[in-house]
Design a protein around this ligand. Structure first.
Ligand SMILES: NC(=O)c1ccc[n+]([C@@H]2O[C@H](COP(=O)([O-])OP(=O)(O)OC[C@H]3O[C@@H](n4cnc5c(N)ncnc54)[C@H](OP(=O)(O)O)[C@@H]3O)[C@@H](O)[C@H]2O)c1
Length: 424
């Protein structure tokens, strides 16, 4: 099988290293070679792994070359990469990509184009690096009705949360972010990672696949981690939780729920054990039960490994189509539950001026809305100043927001009320 690698950056290097380094092993496993015919990229590749390979700066030219069977898109972005993939599919070439933003936004049209031309568009590397979660959902759990999935699907955010949890109250979010940038775990512009946009791309892809639905990036509720305070990590610890940035998708009562947000995860839950830059996804199928997949979510080797697994499927002729047959009319498009109606437990942190009756005023605001409390703590932080930290039982988002508005209007509540969902 002859391929073109488009994009000679981190992932392009990883893929080339694997294909060169494990050439004999891959040939033995596929029964034929996977040959890199050309590397196409904006600028000539500098890494020595590309030495000896033909190079072109004319990306689209690879689509016109008859001998190329598969185009590997590793450039990123949603403009030139989209044109490249459309042109390659239109020319009858299968495509392998690691581009989550492109698949989340334009995947449905691209899968249809691939089907029209009787070729494949594969994207294992687009979600959670080395973790074969696309294959697990598409193939291993194909006989299951999936009810929910939840994942730590951004290593940068998980690194920051792990650091904030493991050190003292002086390490603010900004200080830990700077450290992540110095270590190369966060981009100079970290917005996509810390505001949950990258995780939303991945959750969109996972939920479309798990529930046989169209890709609906604009229906994902997204909340980042930049508003978390060291005090939240302290209370999480004392209340028996860890804070994780989760992508959660659920299919319940004929409705879909898709959200990316920070969560209090009980220490006993497996996802709370996933620390540092690691990724993990739990999927719950009606027959299989809960399955955990964990590993490296990014980097040249791990992401390259996922790209190469797609290439091997194509070489073996065993690739499974990206678009579920259920989407061709068997299963209906499900409505997405409005954010206000999604139920969850909540942690609230309320900074108050100590006055007689503050606690009972707070609990009565909650009780009036039938919000019941699971845990409550009060901690003095300065003379006449306390934090009240509490955890509620599951309640609709709209109801807790309404309660927070009333709490905020109390004269003795002297700072914005912090609210974080509890993972159930
Ligand atoms: N890095 C990871 O760990 C990781 C993990 C999972 C998925 N991904 C995805 O994999 C893809 C590649 O990521 P990466 O980290 O390898 O990126 P990268 O290191 O920035 O490399 C991108 C490569 O593509 C080239 N390129 C970019 N835009 C181009 C264009 N319009 N025309 C021609 N060449 C272009 C770049 O050339 P220049 O050097 O001239 O800019 C560079 O060689 C992205 O979609 C990313 O989301 C990455």
């Amino acid at each position: 099988m002859k391929i073109a690698i488009c994009g000679a950056g981190t992932v392009g290097r990883g893929v080339t290293e694997i294909l060169k380094g494990n050439q004999a092993l891959i040939a033995a496993r596929t029964g034929g070679s996977i040959e890199i015919v050309v590397v196409a990229s904006r600028s000539a590749p500098k890494d020595e792994v590309f030495e000896g390979l033909a190079y072109t700066a004319d990306i689209l030219s690879v689509c016109a070359r008859k001998e190329i069977d598969v185009v590997v898109e590793l450039m990123g972005g949603t403009t030139d990469a989209k044109t490249l993939i459309e042109t390659a599919l239109g020319a009858g070439k299968s495509v392998v990509t690691a581009n989550k933003a492109l698949i989340a936004e334009y995947g449905d049209a691209l899968f249809a184009l691939a089907a029209e031309h009787n070729v494949q568009l594969l994207y294992e590397a687009a979600v959670a690096g080395s973790i074969p979660i696309i294959k697990v959902i598409k193939e291993s759990l194909a006989g299951n009705r999936i009810s929910w999935l939840a994942g730590i699907i951004n290593g940068t955010a998980n690194f920051i949360l792990t650091e904030m949890a493991s050190t003292g109250p002086t390490r603010t979010f900004d200080a830990v972010l700077q450290e992540a940038q110095a270590l190369g775990y966060a981009e100079a512009d970290p917005t996509f990672d810390i505001e949950g946009i990258d995780a939303a791309h991945k959750l969109t892809i996972l939920s479309a696949l798990a529930f046989d639905q169209p890709l609906r990036l604009d229906q994902v509720q997204v909340e980042g981690i930049s508003s978390l305070d060291p005090a939240d990590f302290k209370f999480a610890r004392e209340l028996g939780y860890k804070i994780k940035h989760l992508g959660v998708a659920r299919c319940q009562d004929g409705h879909l729920e898709m959200a990316v947000h920070p969560c209090f995860v009980p220490k006993s839950a497996i996802l709370s054990q996933i620390d540092g830059v690691k990724n993990a996804v739990v999927v719950c199928g009606d027959a299989a039960g809960e399955i955990l997949c964990a590993g490296a979510g990014a980097g040249a080797g791990p992401t390259g490994s996922a790209v190469v697994s797609d290439l091997i499927d194509l070489a073996r002729g065993s690739a499974v189509a990206s678009r579920s047959k259920a989407r061709d009319g068997v299963m209906a498009s499900l409505p997405v539950r409005p954010a206000a109606e999604v139920a969850s437990g909540y942690y609230l942190r309320i900074k108050v001026e100590d006055q007689p009756g503050v606690m009972s005023a707070i609990t009565s605001i909650l009780a009036r809305r039938t919000i019941s409390l699971d845990k409550i703590l009060q901690e003095d932080i300065a003379p006449n100043r306390s934090f009240i930290a509490l955890v509620t039982d599951p309640i609709q988002h709209g109801v807790i927001m309404d309660a927070i508005t009333e709490l905020q209007s109390m004269a003795s509540v002297i700072a914005p009320v912090q609210s974080i969902r509890v993972f159930r």
